[in-house]
Design a protein around this ligand. Structure first.
Ligand code: ADP
Length: 166
């Protein structure tokens, strides 16, 4: 059983993510959409919301699990969960430059491989940040995000990631 993870913050999940996740599902028996949280970052949506949006959007697809990856090393998470490959979409050479050292480090840490999939031309310009900016300035992003994300974007005030105490 070959299991892969598509990691990211998914703040929010968009059609570029979905396209890569669907292609990963064609290559592996099981794909985990691993939702990460970096407590130094400010998110538009809480971890629970980011997970819910991914679950709502991917509910009809077989062999896809959505779960948090936690705060530790992704390579350790992969070992714990029996994940043999990390799947990443590449939009540009700068994505590649950023991802390559992490891929090599992850392989050296626990042996987990990274598989790069070239982003689909139609979605190559998409990032969660750009979508949020366009939406905030009144642009129509319905072509770029699933319906459940559009609904949440329209439904009010930003929800900040809860700061862990103690
Ligand atoms: P981050 O965790 O750096 O905030 P994201 O949550 O935005 O990243 O995205 C997670 C992963 O999804 C990225 O590392 C990249 O592999 C992939 N990805 C993001 N946007 C696209 C896109 N438009 N097309 C293909 N893959 C993408």
């Amino acid at each position: 059983m070959r299991r892969a993870v598509c990691p990211g913050s998914f703040d929010p999940i968009h059609n570029g993510h979905l396209e890569v996740i669907a292609r990963a599902a064609g290559l592996f028996d099981e794909v985990i959409v691993g939702v990460s949280t970096n407590y130094a970052k400010k998110y538009r949506f809480s971890l629970d919301e980011r997970i819910d949006m991914a679950k709502e959007t991917l509910a009809s697809l077989q062999g896809i699990i959505v779960e948090p990856v936690g705060e530790g090393l992704l390579a350790e998470y992969c070992r714990r969960r029996g994940v043999s490959a990390i799947v990443k979409g590449l939009r540009s050479s700068s994505d590649f430059d950023y991802e390559l050292p992490m891929a090599t480090m992850n392989r050296q840490l626990t042996g987990v491989e990274t598989v790069f999939l070239p982003a689909e031309g139609h979605y190559v310009h998409l990032s969660s940040t750009l979508i949020k900016e366009v939406f905030t300035l009144g642009g129509n992003v319905s072509e770029f995000v699933p319906r459940s994300v559009l609904k949440r974007l329209h439904s009010g005030e930003p929800v900040r990631e809860q700061v862990r105490r103690g």
